[in-house]
Design a protein around this ligand. Structure first.
Ligand SMILES: NC(=O)c1ccc[n+]([C@@H]2O[C@H](COP(=O)([O-])OP(=O)(O)OC[C@H]3O[C@@H](n4cnc5c(N)ncnc54)[C@H](O)[C@@H]3O)[C@@H](O)[C@H]2O)c1
Length: 444
């Protein structure tokens, strides 16, 4: 099949390359000329394992191309995915749907014949119906667009696998819509593997995505709230999570207590869900998400507070090393990253902060240019008075505490070097027996 993908960010570039991998002819469209140039040259402008190889292979095969030209896109195919951003609106909790609207407004007058738009961006419920009205207003005589919603569930760091082998496909159709047959063709490969395919109405499809993210955020904040209680009584939240996680109704996944969630999705999606519920007169229903958000943000403050305590009450002029800048491992995404937020707060409290991240340095430097950035773990650790692990990259988990000890400043307060494990990802015993003062969130 021939198809376009509007928006070539984390979602769109991955979707475009994966659709080409499945044998479709795909044109990725973006307004960002630098991004399109980079993708055309086979360079993925962000870090996503496996995507560079997939991009190159499909550029070489001729099945994948990129453009900034909407007219070319309108003529290229009759099936169009929308994967542009829906960030938090400035000064509000609501999602900014300007970019999804812009795609439909610009594309509609350019098309001829019957076209299908499959929305993948995460949008407030009701957006698809508004886009359908926008499409109807802007198409010429003899042309039409059907808008359907096909929310995306990929996880950064696993995006290629999640797109090629999704655990479910959700398709939202309007009454009398014809999109199902085309969507089944697009996803023929996954459907052959018995991937569940759920056909629902438009509002349900829009709500599925925000509900999934609200649930995941709630699960993380639940364990982090329990973690706060554990801290007051000296209990161990990781042992507690293991124990409750063995109940299969609960499950251990997303019960990793620590610095909490961040990134370009969960925080803005729960806020947008609250805002939309409010607009619809159901604000009480989602008001618990305010607490989910608050618990999450408190963990970042707690981490800074722990560092202050461990350094004897003041951060002023102290050398602090933060390992991690990305909001999670295997990603270079620093949007609303807990790690960078902690690094920034420490710096604002007067600490001399050095950051190291295996992939997110460029993005972090752009967002927080005033922090020091080390070129290696070794450089980051050298002379540190306290080390904070803020993103659970494998290389940090595998760090040799004996070797790390030889690099840091020595015995600032306790007669021992100090490490704070913000992700409960280090081997506690190994660090303690290597002579470190070991602290972690939720563990007494
Ligand atoms: N990143 C994820 O893991 C993920 C997962 C599931 C869903 N989503 C959702 O997907 C959407 C995109 O997220 P993302 O992380 O890929 O964002 P992103 O910021 O990485 O990419 C968005 C892209 O859209 C482009 N764009 C903006 N306006 C455009 C226009 N008018 N025409 C063409 N391109 C335009 C931007 O230049 C940018 O390249 C969001 O709604 C997000 O919530 C993201």
């Amino acid at each position: 099949m021939r198809m376009t993908v509007f928006g070539t960010g984390y979602l769109g570039a991955t979707h475009a390359a994966c659709m080409a991998e499945l044998g479709h002819d795909v044109l990725g469209v973006d307004v960002d000329e630098a991004k399109i140039k980079s993708l055309t040259e086979g360079k993925v402008p962000f870090f996503e394992p496996g995507l560079p190889e997939l991009l190159q292979r499909n550029l070489d095969s001729g099945r994948l191309g990129f453009t900034t030209d909407y007219e070319e896109a309108a003529q290229f195919a009759n099936v169009h995915f929308i994967g542009v951003g829906t960030p938090q609106k400035k000064g509000s909790y609501a999602a900014d749907t300007t970019y999804v609207r812009a795609v439909v407004e610009s594309l509609a007058p350019l098309i001829e014949g019957e076209h299908l738009v499959l929305g993948k961006s995460t949008v407030p419920v009701g957006t698809a119906a508004q886009l359908q009205a926008l499409a109807d207003e802007n198409t010429n005589d003899g042309a039409s667009i059907e808008v359907a919603w096909n929310p995306e569930f990929l996880r950064e760091g696993h995006a290629v696998k999640d797109t090629l082998r999704p655990d479910r496909i959700v398709l939202g159709l309007q009454e009398g819509g014809n999109a199902e047959a085309l969507a089944r063709e697009v996803y023929a490969d996954a459907l052959q593997q018995d991937t569940p395919f759920l056909v629902v109405d438009l509002p349900t499809a829009e709500l599925v995505k925000v509900s999934a993210n609200a649930f995941l955020a709630t699960k993380i904040s639940f364990i982090n709230a329990v973690s706060e209680v554990c801290e007051t009584v000296g209990a161990d939240v990781t042992a507690l999570a293991d124990a409750i996680g063995l109940d299969e109704r609960i499950g251990r996944k997303f019960l990793g207590a620590g610095l909490g969630f961040g990134g370009g999705c969960l925080p803005k999606d729960i806020r947008a869900f609250m805002a939309r519920a409010g607009e619809l007169g159901a604000d009480q229903a989602m008001s618990f998400l305010r607490e989910v958000d608050a618990i999450n943000m408190r963990r970042r403050e707690k981490m800074v507070e722990l560092a202050r305590q461990e350094l004897g009450g003041s951060l002023l002029g102290r050398n602090v090393t933060v390992l991690g800048a990305a909001f999670k491992p295997n990603s270079d995404d620093v949007r609303d990253s807990p790690a960078l937020n902690v690094a920034g707060s420490l710096s604002l409290s007067g600490a001399a902060v050095t950051v190291f991240d295996p992939e997110a340095m460029t993005n972090a430097q752009r967002l927080f240019p005033t922090l020091n950035y080390a070129e290696s773990i070794e450089e980051a650790l050298r002379g540190a008075e306290i080390v904070l692990v803020a993103t659970e990259w494998k290389e940090f988990q595998e760090l040799d505490p004996e070797w790390a000890r030889t690099l840091v400043a020595g015995e600032p307060v306790h007669g021992k070097p100090i490490v704070i494990d913000g992700r409960n990802c280090l081997n506690t015993e190994a660090w303690k027996s290597a002579g470190w003062e070991f602290r972690a969130l939720g563990r007494g």
